[in-house]
Design a protein. Structure first.
Length: 170
């Protein structure tokens, strides 16, 4: 069985955009699982994703307060077809990230994180895959707003694709 996973972070709705772009909502509809690495900003987006996604796992970010902090953990783990994913918002500076995360999360195969709004895809020397989807609403210094799509099949990541957002919010 192939599992389609959508990775999001740093959505900042409604501060950076009134809503997620239509392209992202379509990706939510196509995904078997949505992982959100924090900075939702408003509980309305959490509610909307919970009602629309087949399955949602999310964590709180540094810009999430109040009810978001009450409803969301700081760290989450989910196993998908034998691949153990962790989700966290911040991992610290880019320098030394692979070694730091490999030591801090030894039981994971993949660590999904956010905070920087900068897409990231590396593998530590010990094999931990580190993925940051960027932001679908606030590109900062990047050429495009982004998110990641991942497929998991037979206990392995089969594809990791950085998606550029090409449509505005509907």
């Amino acid at each position: 069985m192939t599992t389609r996973v959508l990775l999001l972070a740093d959505t900042h709705v409604p501060r950076r955009a009134r809503d997620l772009p239509g392209q992202v909502w379509r990706a939510v509809d196509e995904a078997d699982l949505v992982l959100h690495a924090g900075d939702w900003v408003d509980v309305a987006l959490l509610d909307a994703l919970e009602s629309r996604a087949r399955q949602l796992v999310g964590v709180a970010g540094n810009n999430d307060h109040g009810i978001l902090r009450e409803r969301l953990p700081q760290f989450a783990v989910i196993e998908v077809d034998g691949v153990r994913f962790g989700v966290v918002h911040e991992t610290g500076p880019a320098a030394g990230r692979e070694a730091r995360c490999e030591t801090g999360y030894p039981s994971l195969d993949v660590l999904v994180f956010g905070h920087s709004h900068i897409p990231w895809d590396t593998t530590s020397p010990g094999g931990l895959r580190l993925l940051n989807p960027g932001s679908p609403t606030d590109r900062r210094r990047q050429p495009f707003c982004t998110y990641l799509t991942v497929t998991v099949h037979e206990g392995a990541l089969r594809s990791v694709t950085l998606q550029a957002v090409t449509t505005p919010a509907d």
